[in-house]
Design a protein. Structure first.
Length: 229
């Protein structure tokens, strides 16, 4: 069994979905502290040839976990649709992609950052025909375990010994291979090679929202990007 975990980020980049595609089970870390300046409530898109931030407005409260982080207003969904329309209406695959994206954003819940982002990620995962099961870390009892020990505790609750945990490359800074191996799990790091496609700009920008690939390259090509083809 292959398991991966991550915070429920907003309309994340291709590498996020690649990690999901490589997993049998994906755990949304929805009960970790919301981090300002990260990717939980914002992502970059291409507009007028430049990479710009698309940011969800939130109520700021120090120490609040993602599942309890609320939006400061609920009109952001329509405003973001307007921004996406303006940014990508001239892109090659816009006519095919726009109705699907518009429908997802129109139906996304607004009670918290977590529920909204999870809804969007799961809908995009279905669109990309990725077969993976999702669970929430808030539904897993891990006691007072912290950092990578908490990740191991989650694995012990949801996956049999011998399973592989796929981490993002950034996890190498704080995760101990020994912690996972002693618990009976294999630790591996997701190494995604970002594809290049026509973004309508002289300079290619990596790490933009998956939406950028969907609007510029289309759904079929984005499915191939996710699978590393």
């Amino acid at each position: 069994m292959i398991v991966s975990m991550h915070q429920p980020n907003y309309a994340p980049w291709l590498g996020y979905f690649y990690k999901i595609s490589q997993s049998n089970l994906f755990v949304f870390l929805d009960d970790v502290q919301f981090s300002r300046g990260g990717y939980t409530n914002r992502v970059r898109i291409m507009r007028s040839g430049k990479a710009v931030w698309l940011t969800q407005p939130i109520k700021r409260s120090f120490g609040t976990c993602i599942s309890e982080t609320e939006f400061s207003n609920n009109d952001w969904l329509q405003r973001h649709l307007d921004t996406l329309n303006g940014a990508y209406k001239g892109s090659r695959a816009f006519s095919d992609t726009w109705p699907v994206i518009k429908n997802i954003w129109k139906h996304a819940p607004c009670d918290s950052v977590s529920t909204s982002n999870i809804f969007i990620i799961e809908a995009l995962t279905e669109l990309l025909e990725i077969n993976c099961r999702f669970i929430l870390s808030s539904n897993v009892d891990t006691g007072d375990a912290k950092s990578d020990k908490r990740l191991v505790r989650i694995l012990e609750k949801v996956a049999p010994k011998g399973s592989t945990y796929i981490s993002g490359e950034g996890g190498a800074k704080y995760q101990s291979l020994n912690t996972f191996s002693l618990a009976g799990y294999k630790l591996s790091y997701s190494k995604y090679k970002h594809p290049k496609y026509d973004q309508g700009s002289d300079k290619f920008h990596e790490g933009l929202s998956v939406l950028d690939a969907l609007f510029h390259a289309g759904i079929k090509s984005t499915k191939q990007f996710i699978r590393g083809l």
